[in-house]
Design a binder for this molecule. Structure first.
Ligand SMILES: Cc1cc2nc3c(=O)[nH]c(=O)nc-3n(C[C@H](O)[C@H](O)[C@H](O)COP(=O)(O)O)c2cc1C
Ligand SMILES: [Mn+2]
Length: 473
């Protein structure tokens, strides 16, 4: 697959990469990035000549934050949007889901990542222009658009997860993962045996690597999945101290161990919900033993935030496609659409179906809200009839307000999978539960054919009136 340098050149050729010179790692990179997404049209940003750092030590943001960049990264058809993009992504996900096991990593001895290797006292993570992204962040985060590589000590599965990484000291980072995430299960298993957990953190690479690290996939699927998207296995090097496979052509990789029982305060950090909700609390650490980087290294940043954000566009589309495919695979018939918007993502999941039998709507809603994509901090799942466009919030609200009755049509599920990032959970607590509401906004099944007639204007009437009143309409 391409390395990051080739990706940057391709993005530039497409007119999708803008360079920013002279920004400060202290908030300016973060603010410029956040304001970038609020422009009517925006591109990926490459920051160079960062204050206090040599030319060439760069930071990339917004790398997959619009349709053209997502298409470049995932080999998708260019220039498609909305429902059309959703329709293009669904079969791609099916193809990758079915083929990732055919792309085991390929071990190699040489790679561009070995251009510079730091060990012992020469290790200094502040060598890189690590941004402080949001004003109330508790530190500088080297890991946002990253891939944290860990191994399951029982099965040997290697996981890649995108988890935030704060730098504590020149040779120490935090390690923060929510309960239930694969990387966390891995270090918890090592720690339970009284052993230190090996960890490698890639913080500069082709954006595909961290985007797949952000996907909710079966345990240990990520490396193969990246290979399936790229159409060839990922080349990796066996890292010297941890033995973990690291991408051979990455830009920056940190390697070390998380010792059991040692913690440092991590956070607060601006999160994808739009809050600093998980606050600051003790979290495991990584003691760094090697740092690998290419000449003129590029750090890939993907700061979370209230949508629109670095990930919101991409996760909205791919999350919708994933949840749609899951429902179909679970055997729910006549699913017409599934949509999570950018701002709330799985917190407001809309499913449209053509109702076939009594209970069909509830079945679709329960499965969608508890599927692999929807389960983590879901909140509201709405089912609408096939005439409602699930991507159109106004239509969805109209359906909720005119076709459902709260007493009959809202069900609750309690003690579901939530997270320290859930703003509604008062911290501290030792168990992060939330509840789910299922809103059946379909016409009542038993008398749907007698439901009041909607006011519509027939296309023929529109045509006739438009023709007659050309100056007015
Ligand atoms: C920029 C960014 C930062 C993230 N940070 C975290 C994090 O700090 N902790 C966490 O548990 N998940 C975080 N996530 C979400 C995970 O990447 C996502 O849940 C992924 O599925 C985890 O991988 P896993 O399924 O292998 O555990 C982040 C995602 C993105 C895009
Ligand atoms: Mn995983």
């Amino acid at each position: 697959m391409d390395d990051l340098r080739v990706w940057l050149q391709k993005a530039k050729n497409l007119g999708q990469l803008d360079q920013v010179d002279g920004a400060d790692w202290d908030l300016e990179i973060g603010v410029i990035t956040a304001l970038n997404w609020r422009k009517p049209a925006y591109h990926a940003l490459i920051f160079d000549n960062i204050k206090g750092y040599p030319r060439g030590h760069r930071v990339l943001t917004s790398s997959t934050s619009n349709a053209a960049l997502a298409a470049l990264t995932f080999n998708l058809p260019p220039n498609v949007q909305g429902l059309e993009l959703l329709a293009a992504v669904r079969p791609k996900l099916q193809e990758w889901d079915a083929s990732y096991h055919k792309y085991p990593v390929q071990y190699v001895k040489e790679g561009k990542i070995l251009e510079n290797v730091l060990s012992g006292d020469s290790i200094d993570l502040w060598k890189f222009p690590v941004p402080k992204w949001h004003e109330l962040d508790g530190g500088r985060y080297i890991g946002t658009g990253d891939a944290v590589i860990t191994r399951d000590p029982d099965s040997g599965d290697v996981n890649l997860g995108t988890y935030r990484i704060m730098v504590h000291e020149k040779k120490m980072t935090a390690l923060y993962m929510s309960p239930g995430k694969h990387g966390r299960i891995h270090y918890e298993k090592f720690h339970a045996r009284g052993e230190k957990a090996p960890v490698c953190i890639s913080v500069g690479h082709h954006p595909l690597i961290f985007r797949v690290g952000n996907f909710q996939l079966p345990a240990g699927a990520e490396y193969g999945y990246i290979g399936a998207v790229a159409g060839e296995p990922v080349k990796v090097i066996k890292e010297e101290v941890t033995g973990l496979p690291i991408p051979a052509d990455a830009d920056i990789v940190i390697a070390g161990f998380s010792p059991p029982g040692k913690t440092r305060v991590e956070g607060p950090f601006g999160e994808w919900t739009g809050y600093y909700a998980s606050k600051d609390r003790p979290a495991p650490i990584v003691e760094v033993e090697r740092v690998y980087y290419r000449n003129d290294p590029v750090l890939v940043g993907s700061p979370p935030g209230r949508a629109p954000s670095d990930s919101s566009f991409f996760n909205g589309v791919v999350g919708s496609a994933r949840a749609f495919n899951e429902l179909v695979a679970a055997g729910v018939p006549d699913v017409k659409g599934v949509w999570m918007g950018e701002a709330p993502l799985q917190q407001f999941l809309v499913v449209s179906i053509k109702q076939r039998y009594a209970g069909h709507a509830k079945q679709a809603a329960a499965l969608a809200s508890m599927g692999r994509r929807g389960a983590y901090m879901g909140r509201y799942t709405v089912v609408v009839d096939e005439d409602i466009d699930p991507t159109n919030l106004q239509e969805v609200l109209w359906a909720i307000c005119t076709r459902s009755d709260p007493e009959k049509d809202i069900d609750l599920m309690r003690r579901c999978w939530s997270t320290p990032l859930d703003p509604t959970i008062r911290k501290p607590t030792n168990a992060y539960f939330n509840s789910r509401a299922i809103i059946d906004a379909c016409k009542p099944f038993e008398w749907k054919d007698e439901f009041p007639q909607e006011i519509k204007i027939s296309p023929e009437l529109v045509e006739r009136v438009k023709k007659k009143f050309q100056g007015v309409l």
